[in-house]
Design a protein around this ligand. Sequence first.
Ligand code: 3EB
Length: 297
Amino acid sequence: MRNGFPELSIAVPGTTATRPVEVWRTSRRVESGFHDGLAYAYDGRYLFCSGRIRHTADYAAATRDAYVRAFELLDRLGYPEVARVWNIVGGITGQVATEGPADRYGEFCQARAQVFRQRGLTVKDIPAATGIGGHDDHTTVYFLATRSRGVIRIENPLQVPAYEYPERYGPEAPCFARATYVAAETGGRSGDLFISGTASILGHLTVHEGDVERQTRTTLENIAALVSGKNLRSHGIDAELTLRDLDCVKVYVKRPHEAEIVRQICTASLGSKSEVGYVIADICRDDLLVEIEGFAS
Ligand code: 3EB
């Protein structure tokens, strides 16, 4: 907590000497605090909340516990809808010795799915998310929940819903929507669109293995299809966006020496006024070299 605002540092380095900083701002009055190991701040529309999960022997239990505590906090403060989650999982593709899932990400997915099921969340209620590797030995989770009852989950016509991935990617499919839309409180104004971490996946298959340029283009095409008027209208949202409308874009690049080519491709597609941050991180599948998330309002 710094000056009454939750602050966390994450082991996801930038691609330049400057340390990247992500800041969620609001023009409303903010209240903040700690509860049960979680730091939070809320503004009447959104609740920000963050917590850390240690990689103890029973990682799955620790993950379930953190998610359960978070949901308790949302209920207590009255922000029941989780719109957007970031999961930074240290050593995400590392093998784990326990029986069950083979890697850390598989364990994480299983624990998350169990808590979501327990809470009665169906595929119509799951948040947009990012799942990415961190360079340290814990998992950091932070998210935005809302009081708005107008949250719409959006899927991508080019991709199998993540929650329907076949079992070969892990015993429990990842529980997240490709995007969420939070309607504005006053009609007429546009709402907020949170775009999940998106990768070079078509259907459920990784495409362009080993080729970062083509993976970056496919990822951008996936996002373009997701935010297209055709797709948004099919989800009941009267909006039409292109890559140039995105802001708060975060680009996760696996191999540092490929950051520059990824940056060139993204710069050509994104709006010239959009804020774009580049960081180095492992992606949950070994064959993915890039993942991109964004926001629009
Ligand atoms: C994918 O599309 C890439 O497990 O929370 C992206 C966003 C990915 C979120 C998560 C994983 C997650 O499957 C990986």
